[in-house]
Design a protein around this ligand. Structure first.
Ligand code: LLP
Length: 420
């Protein structure tokens, strides 16, 4: 048995499931995303164990990593899915997740997306406005098919995370404010083809102070209890995702504290609970391997230019996110401070700034850790850069996740106009 994740062997060489990362880059090249199913399984089971006492259902937040095989792997372990587009719906279906295990979240569901979801008998819509309800009602009535509706509350809580991924304050576009919940929940009951199934909340991502979860869930429960006390059925509460993970340390998310929070509020309650974890299931199970293109010095500033850029991993520049970077092969050398940057023509194209790192040589391989979530899904082809290859390690073997387009494939998809 090998340790899960990406670990160093007795020769200090980096491995995954007994395979050397060096061997993988020799076979597949760089940039290369590598995912470890061992860690994915371990995390899924930890999460399952965390929500077991409250009999929670896990709906993997597909947006974190929507590779069909990754969805399929979690699906095989028993997960349903949380989606935010009909594209993600189709990916889930391709991954073998049936519509009755899929929750459709998101503030901007288009009418054609709603129609496809209703026609496929999706488990539930988490809706974010009365206007959205009107659209769903119109489509459900036209189709004469029932839509299950859960209202997402905006509890006006700022969970102290990066502002771009904080979704619980009233200034954000998400959810319905507490004051309007009662009237909209009432309205649900009056509409034919609309089946009210409960309430939900998701206050943001990468949250470490779990008091915010407590506050948000208590608010949710209080509103639900009130609705029940006046005679409405509120069978389901959706508690969203958002558990913070450690990008700078090798340790599990604080599932124990999370378990305390949910047990405190929901142990022996009659609500059916659903959870939508994304990052905490897949982030650490992925690394991105890169090659050093060159070392460059400007006056006394060091730059390490690598073959990964912001088109492969946008998190550092978009959220000032920290990702650990280490050499595949540890070679003794002196420590320097360097900006680790990609080839894209923008100052914003960096993976790390002022990072302390042991000197590297051109062609050395480095790994960028914790890139399983919100890594490859946020890619682009900016600067006509092709996608990084992605592989999955399962039972000690490596599998390509998808065919990647060459630049000629990309060009061949453009329609060339004959400017005569
Ligand atoms: N449920 C809903 C409704 C969500 O909007 C999200 C994430 C999740 C669940 C999953 O949250 P998680 O467990 O992964 O924290 N691109 C950003 C993160 C955006 C999160 C969007 N919503 C990043 O790279 O940090």
């Amino acid at each position: 048995m090998f340790p899960s994740g990406f670990y160093r062997d007795e020769n200090d060489e980096l491995n995954v499931q007994g395979i050397k990362i060096d061997a993988l880059t020799a076979k597949y090249g760089t940039p290369l995303f590598i995912y470890d199913t061992g860690l994915m399984k371990e995390r899924y089971e930890l999460f399952l164990n965390t929500v077991k006492s409250v009999k929670g259902n896990i709906h993997y937040a597909v947006k974190a990593n929507d590779s069909v095989n990754i969805i399929k792997f979690f699906g095989k372990l028993g997960a349903g899915a949380d989606i935010v587009s009909i594209g993600e719906f189709h990916k889930c279906v391709a991954a073998g997740i049936t519509p009755d295990k899929i929750i459709f979240s998101g503030v901007g569901k288009d009418k054609n997306e709603i129609e496809t979801a209703i026609r496929n008998n999706i488990l539930q819509f988490n809706i974010e406005s009365e206007e959205e309800l009107d659209d769903i009602y119109e489509i459900a009535s036209k189709l004469k098919l029932t839509a299950n509706i859960c209202l997402r509350i905006n509890p006006d809580i700022a969970p102290n995370t990066h502002k771009k991924i904080s979704t619980g304050e009233k200034e954000t576009k998400f959810g319905i404010d507490n004051e309007n919940i009662l009237s909209i929940y009432q309205k649900l009951h009056k509409l034919k083809y609309i089946n009210p199934v409960g309430l939900g909340v998701h206050i943001g991502s990468q949250i470490f102070d779990f008091n915010f979860f407590h506050k948000a869930y208590l608010n949710l429960k209080t509103v639900a209890d009130n609705l029940k006390s006046i005679g409405f059925k509120v069978p389901t509460l959706d508690l969203g995702g958002g558990i913070g993970i450690y990008y700078d340390q090798n340790k599990n998310p604080d599932f124990d504290t999370y378990k305390k929070v949910i047990s405190d509020l929901f142990l022996d309650s009659e609500y059916k609970l659903s959870f939508e974890p994304g990052r905490s299931l897949i982030a650490e199970a992925g690394i991105l391997v890169t090659k050093v293109i060159r070392n460059k010095k400007n006056k006394d500033k060091n730059f390490i230019v690598i073959d990964v850029a912001m088109n492969n991993l946008i998190r550092p520049t978009l959220y000032d996110a920290y990702h650990k970077i280490e050499p595949v092969k540890k070679i003794p050398g002196k420590e320097i401070i360097a900006d680790i940057v990609g080839p894209i023509c923008e100052t914003g194209d960096f993976i790390a700034l002022n990072r302390k790192i042991t000197e590297v040589s051109n062609n050395d391989k480095l790994i960028i850790r914790t890139t399983g979530a919100y890594g490859s899904v946020m890619k682009s082809n900016y600067n006509a850069r092709v996608d990084a290859l992605e592989i999955l390690i399962y039972n000690g073997k490596s599998y390509k996740l998808k065919k990647t387009d060459t630049i000629l494939d990309i060009i061949s998809k453009e329609k060339i106009i004959d400017f005569v």
